[in-house]
Unconditional design. Structure first.
Ligand SMILES: Nc1ncnc2c1ncn2[C@@H]1O[C@H](COP(=O)(O)OP(=O)(O)OP(=O)(O)O)[C@@H](O)[C@H]1O
Ligand SMILES: [Mg+2]
Length: 244
């Protein structure tokens, strides 16, 4: 075969965002949260998104999660055109393809640790001994098996976040989206979470996109993208610009 190899195939991007624009209507005016974002993320990359408050980081994650329809542009994850999904299919996409981790852990307080981790699987009908075994395996991986029957309010913030990540992983996601996952943790617990996310990327090849304010997190990431006023102003991985 002769001729140049298409750039897209060369990059093999798992996540592809092209010309993404999000405008929020706000009363009589509009807020332009994202302007022409182009971003390609290869499978298994640990990407850290930084930027000041209001720069559009959460909006970007929401568009990737199918929680926010873009005003313009496209968002592809694997072979799923996320921007085209109906609300019902977007919910299925989040349940089966994406693991989402939030700043405030979002564990269900009335469920035990094990029940929280089992929850996304039980939504899809998993039950019984096979489910228990799977959950316990995950908890063991996260060194939390001895806390399986505790309730979230019996855990530290760092432990709650580990459980939230275990829960996100239960479905074997291809993509993890984390919005300020260490925002409520001290630096030791925060470092543990970053290390954990880095390991997941490396060992399980789960593509991870993490939003954070914290500059220390960048040491764990493969790549850092900085947003300013809804635009990418810095990207440590130049290749993402080549295919634009
Ligand atoms: N639902 C909404 N309606 C109107 N404007 C919104 C909405 N959500 C976000 N915005 C605006 O869009 C812009 C980007 O917000 P976004 O939440 O993405 O920022 P962020 O970078 O995540 O900030 P932070 O670091 O404070 O979480 C901001 O100006 C914000 O006020
Ligand atoms: Mg935010």
């Amino acid at each position: 075969m002769s001729g140049p190899v298409p750039l897209r195939a060369e990059i093999g991007s798992f996540v592809e965002v092209v010309g993404l624009e999000v405008i929020y209507p706000l009363g009589s005016r509009h807020i332009q949260a994202l302007t022409g974002i182009d971003l390609q993320v290869p499978q298994g990359q640990f990407l850290c998104v930084r930027g000041k408050s209001g720069s559009g980081k959460s909006t970007l994650l929401h568009a990737l999660a199918g929680l926010r329809k873009p005003t313009a542009g496209r968002v592809r994850v694997g072979d799923i055109e996320v921007h085209e999904l109906s609300a019902r299919h977007a919910a299925l996409y989040r349940r089966r393809v994406v693991g989402i981790v939030f700043q405030f852990f979002n564990l269900l307080p009335m469920l035990t640790v094990a029940q929280n981790v089992a929850f996304p699987l039980s939504l899809d009908g998993a039950r019984g001994a096979a489910l228990d075994e799977k959950v316990d395996e995950l908890l063991a991986d996260f060194a939390m098996l001895d806390r399986r029957d505790n309730y979230p309010d019996q855990l530290s913030g760092g432990e709650m976040q580990r459980i939230a990540i275990a829960r996100a992983l239960a479905i074997h996601p291809d993509l993890i989206l984390a919005d300020e996952p260490t925002g409520n943790l001290d630096s030791a617990a925060g470092n543990q979470i970053w290390l954990l996310l880095q390991e997941l990327c490396r060992k399980r090849r789960v593509t991870t996109i993490m939003v954070t304010h914290d500059a220390d997190a960048t040491a764990y990431a493969d790549r850092v993208v900085v947003l300013e006023d809804g635009e990418i102003v810095e990207d440590t991985d130049d290749r993402s610009w080549d295919s634009v």
